[in-house]
Write a new protein. Structure first.
Lengths: 113, 112
């Protein structure tokens, strides 16, 4: 099993460009999440989804959009990238909402110049 | 500021015990977690403790929970170089999804 797969793993953007990060999971999980990880800070939740066709805002949603058209995929979009969005992005999924066991992808490092 | 606080760095000698500490804020948290992040990888769940427990032991890992002080610790016995990683404490806030609040992570460096 691949688990949670993120693409791309690295990307450099110029300010104002747009891009989409793709997350795919093969565990049939209902819940999916996008986090960002910045130095000296814990992971912060950007957006999450509790099932196919649903999305909701997390702690730091501004500047990002998401879509969950298929259960196994969760896309994170940046419409107009800013240097403040330079970060490592992690996708995660979970079977349910109670156990707290999240399965993480390997991360996508994004640099915005 | 951080809702979950951890020291950022810990250095230990191979074979010694490591103790990583964490303080959290929400006394209603049902579960508390320790995640491990190895270089270049995502986080993996290492262990967790239910809020009505004081201690949980799993092979070389011991988790201690002091609810009164909202203090959580992770002890790794006989620390090995393979234990070098970043360890994240997290508390669950409940709600309609797995709302985990993560600390900033403690980088554990194991030296010979």
């Amino acid at each position: 099993n691949a688990g949670v797969t993120q693409t791309p793993k690295f990307r450099v953007l110029k300010t104002g460009q747009s891009m989409t990060l793709l997350c795919a999971q093969d565990m049939n999980h209902e819940y999916m999440y996008w986090y960002r990880q910045d130095p000296g800070m814990g992971l912060r939740l950007i957006h999450y989804s509790v099932g196919e066709g649903t999305t909701a805002k997390g702690e730091v949603p501004d500047g990002y959009n998401v879509s969950r058209l298929k259960k196994q995929n969760f896309l994170l979009g940046l419409e107009s990238a800013a240097p403040s969005q330079t970060s490592v992005y992690f996708c995660a999924s979970s079977f349910d909402r109670n156990t707290g066991e999240l399965f993480f992808g390997e991360g996508s490092r994004l640099t915005v110049l | 500021g951080e809702d979950v606080e951890q020291s950022l760095f810990l250095s230990v000698r191979e074979g010694d015990s490591s103790v990583i500490n964490c303080t959290y804020t929400d006394s209603s948290s049902t579960y508390l977690y320790w995640y491990k992040q190895e270089p270049g990888a995502g986080l993996q769940l290492l262990t967790y403790i239910f809020s009505n427990m004081d201690m949980k032991q799993d092979q070389r890992l011991t988790v201690l929970l002091n609810k009164k002080d909202k203090h959580l610790s992770l002890r790794i016995a006989d620390t090995q170089t393979g234990d070098s990683a970043i360890y994240f404490c997290a508390e669950s806030r409940g709600g309609g999804y797995n709302k985990l609040i993560f600390g900033a992570g403690t980088r554990l460096a194991v030296h010979p």
